[in-house]
Design a protein around this ligand. Structure first.
Ligand code: 26W
Length: 841
């Protein structure tokens, strides 16, 4: 165990056992990968690791035996990767993220190691199907949505592109809640991914660190030495590391996802226990362990709870102590830290790291302020994922001071230094208020965005539009002060998981058509463009789509007992439920369509299945009402024989990574309809289009760049621009006159208010609807007409099968730029200066 709380440590080599030594095998043995070897190894694992023979084995035992056999291969590659990085002294990237939404790992590992065929054949020997057992693996839901999934795609891409990296996060006992729909409403149930153990993780007790909270700061004035501050925490908990290997494409490189678990320091030695108060002692242990018990289920609203701040500091401090220990062991000094380590802050959740690294450098390792600051800024960079004011983290000063008194002092000092610099550069009072790390207007709060910004050498947005808006809005004044710091890094998704694994049918077809080069270089997908006008190819492409739709239709039938026609257009919106994402706009359009089909049955309507999925934050009342409305509408529409073959509405409960893997390949139409200026990037938009769905979307987030890459004839853009939304908001826009002038919209809203979909609850949606009349903050009324018209254009296109098919093929062909490999290469080159091709340091 290492303590960096109050004992100044000499800059010397540590004797701790650690990952580098445990993972330093002489020459790892290479196992055979043929199916016979696999079959015998799976049998051996079943027998000796699980203690069963094939006759007694349940499906879950086969899953575990298979996982262990595959894991052995990964460990071989893992050892090699670690050894290579340690020996070469290459720079490492440390990706600090509160969330890693990794989903299931078995298919990912098997596919990246090229073992799919061997493992399938090996299991067949025992009459076991890989496709069946892999479904039993829990979906690791250590994240809410886009930010967490991006971290998972980035980990996979760093391994695939050979960037040596650690992902650092929290090992939540309970991940994101499981959603059920009962009587149309969301019900939240606890998630229990560790229930059957977790064969992917390795506990590393030797990598444990003490994390302090509370207490006091003492000034120490020793003769002949400069006075210094020492933090004496009132509480300490232990952070224990759990490592999961992350395998890159073809197993060329394996990185580590290191998640921290909180444990009480030593419950047995607690005074309470000694005095016989066992319950009291357990209370202490419980309090410590509560830190990593559950993921906060909020993706756009700051919870503001003390426990959340504890989580943030806990994993930040543990990660930094770990980084420092490894660095000291290799180099014996921290002066060159930023040459060897790049730390990426995934949003502001780990932003307290800026103050914590300063504390460790100054108080523990004896650095002077100026050098500590230079090292800190050169080491950190920060990604912003949202401009929503309610999502920008701030903490009340009194809470921060009580929990982290020394870090608070350091933040004040950073603030004073920043304001000095701004004043010297001639910034006026208003601008100084804007850059201040302390918000003086709302009961004095620490602004984590400002802290992350000033502590970093590079700050990035996640799409071109979002980055420009960052410069104009939240970070306007900081951008003026440090004009070269903000840069754009448009998001991406890993083609391994989101094309090759999720869509084996399309992968086989593409391999057949253009050869396998795209597997290693996704940009080769562009070769498909030439086939978009080839009728035979298009038909095969749409036949694969149909199979994927049949697979989804089966899931819908099994889970919801709703039968949908795979020949209908699958129009899908899956993502967190939020007002700005405008699922409400989508369901109003469904209602208007329902009305129109019934009043004009003679028109040439095209059959559609409107599919929704997503979770609402448990405390977000409006989002939950929207889920309720979708389910209410679904019940009425699906039971109405007059629209039977033309319209179905489906809400699939418990949207998660595993469901996404079934849904993305099965979409004809992808709904990306956020109020312009509010979706930082979106990554679902990329997964859908890569799998050949057309997009209906606003000029928001990465949709803007998708338009550039796809060409305007291959994407359906509608609605107000970000600038127009901002202008309307300044003019105190309301929806009333728009609604009064649009019969379609008015009638749809009237039917909601009249209780057509909620005969048992007439008032249920009154406020949802009156918000549109009185305010229309999210521009739903404002964009409705354009949305409706664009949907009808898509109806027309649907009838023209060759044209639809051509556009679908072009979507797959032209989406390769949105690979997270491309994002990672840009980060590596422009921000981290790490990875293949980086200058040696
Ligand atoms: C403090 C509460 C909280 C928690 C999480 C506020 C905000 C967040 C995240 C920033 C929410 C999030 O997941 N943002 C999404 O990040 C994706 C990856 O960059 C983007 O593609 C999405 O547009 C963005 O909404």
């Amino acid at each position: 165990m290492t303590s960096a709380l109050d004992t100044p440590r000499p800059s010397s080599h540590s004797a701790d056992a650690d990952d580098d030594t445990t993972l330093m095998a002489p020459t790892p043995q290479r196992r055979q990968n043929d199916s016979a070897t696999f079959a015998s190894e799976i049998l051996e694992k079943l027998t000796y690791a699980i203690g069963k023979n094939p006759a007694a084995a349940r499906r879950h035992d086969w899953l575990e035996a298979t996982t262990l056999a595959v894991r052995d291969r990964i460990i071989d590659h893992w050892l090699e990767s670690n050894q290579k990085t340690t020996e070469s002294g290459e720079k490492r990237v440390c990706y600090l993220s509160m969330e890693f939404l990794i989903g299931r790992l078995l298919r990912d590992a098997i596919s990246n190691l090229g073992l799919t065929q061997s493992v399938t054949e090996a299991l067949a020997v025992y009459d076991v199907e890989l496709d069946m057992i892999e479904l039993l693996e829990p979906d690791a839901a250590l994240g809410n949505g886009g930010l967490g999934r991006l971290a998972a795609c980035f980990m996979e891409s760093m391994a695939s592109t050979g960037v040596p990296a650690f992902g650092y996060g929290i090992r939540y006992v309970h991940g994101f809640f499981r959603q059920e729909v009962v009587d149309g409403e969301q019900v939240e149930l606890p998630e229990n991914w560790l229930m059957h153990g977790n064969p992917w993780e390795f506990e590393r007790r030797e990598n444990s660190y003490e994390i302090g909270f509370g207490g006091k700061v003492a000034a120490i004035d020793e003769p002949g030495k400069p006075p210094r501050q020492i933090w004496r925490p009132g509480e300490r908990v232990l952070a224990v590391a759990y490592d999961t290997p992350i395998v890159g494409w073809r197993g060329n490189h394996v990185n580590t996802l290191r998640l921290w678990s909180a444990q009480s320091l030593d419950p047995i030695l607690l005074d309470a226990f000694n005095s016989g108060d066992h319950i009291g002692a357990l209370r202490e242990a419980n309090k410590a362990e509560a830190i990593t018990r559950v993921l906060y289920p909020a993706d756009s609203h700051q919870a503001g709870q003390e426990l959340r701040l504890r989580q943030e500091y806990f994993f930040s401090s543990a990660s930094l102590q770990d980084i420092i220990r490894r660095h000291l062991k290799a180099y014996g000094t921290l002066h060159n830290l930023s040459d060897k380590v790049a730390i990426q802050l995934n949003d502001t959740h780990p932003a307290v790291s800026v103050a914590e690294l300063m504390r460790l450098l100054i108080d523990v390792h004896g650095f002077a302020w100026d050098e500590a600051w230079t090292i800190t800024q050169a080491t950190f960079s920060y990604t912003n994922h949202t401009l929503l004011p309610e999502a920008l983290e701030t903490w009340p000063i009194h809470l921060f001071e009580r929990l982290l008194p020394r870090q608070m002092q350091i933040i004040y000092a950073i603030n004073a230094q920043t304001i000095r610099e701004a004043t010297q550069k001639g910034l006026d009072g208003g601008k100084i208020t804007a850059i201040s790390l302390i918000d003086e207007n709302n009961g004095r709060r620490v602004r984590m965005g400002q802290l992350a910004f000033v502590g970093s050498h590079a700050i990035n947005g996640v799409s071109a539009l979002h980055t420009e808006l960052m410069k104009e809005t939240v970070f306007h004044s900081l951008h003026e002060l440090y004009p070269s710091r903000i840069q754009n890094k448009t998001n991406g998704v890993t083609p391994r998981r989101w094309l090759m694994q999720a869509n084996p049918g399309l992968t086989a077809l593409v391999t057949d058509a253009i050869g396998p080069a795209f597997l290693d270089n996704v940009e080769k997908l562009a070769d498909l463009d030439a086939l978009a006008t080839d009728a035979a190819f298009r038909e095969k492409f749409m036949a694969v789509k149909l199979e994927n739709k049949q697979r989804l239709a089966k899931v819908i039938e099994e889970r919801l007992a709703i039968s949908v026609d795979p020949g209908a257009m699958f129009d899908i919106q899956v993502k967190r439920i939020h007002e700005y994402k405008r699922q409400f706009l989508n369901i109003i359009e469904a209602i208007a369509l329902y009305d129109q089909i019934r009043s004009h049955p003679e028109r040439n309507w095209q059959p559609r299945v409107k599919i929704f999925g997503g979770k609402a934050a448990p405390s977000y009342a409006q989002a939950k009402e929207i889920i309720h409305l979708i389910n209410d509408v679904a019940r009425v529409v699906n039971a109405d024989p007059s629209v039977q073959n033309l319209l179905k509405v489906v809400f699939i409960p418990n949207y998660n990574v595993s469901l996404a893997e079934i849904i993305m390949p099965a979409a004809d139409l992808s709904e990306q309809i956020s109020t312009a200026g509010l979706e930082a990037s979106g990554t679902g938009n990329m997964k859908f289009a890569l799998n050949g769905a057309l997009t209906i979307g606003t000029l928001d987030g990465a949709n803007v760049e998708m338009l550039e890459h796809l060409g305007e004839e291959n994407i359906y853009i509608f609605g107000l621009t970000a600038a127009e939304v901002a202008a309307r908001r300044r003019e105190a826009h309301s929806g009333r006159s728009i609604i009064e002038n649009s019969r379609l919209l008015r009638e749809a809203l009237d039917s909601i208010v009249k209780g057509v979909f909620s005969p048992d609850g007439q008032e249920r949606y009154a406020s949802l609807v009156s918000n549109l009349y009185n305010n229309d903050w999210w521009m739903i009324a404002a964009d409705f007409e354009a949305y409706w018209q664009t949907q009808r254009k898509l109806d027309d296109l649907w009838q023209d099968t060759p044209s639809w098919g051509e556009k679908a093929v072009r979507n797959t062909a032209r989406m390769s730029w949105f690979s997270s490999d491309r994002s990672i290469r840009e980060y590596a080159k422009d921000i981290w200066r790490a990875g293949p091709g980086a200058p040696a340091s």
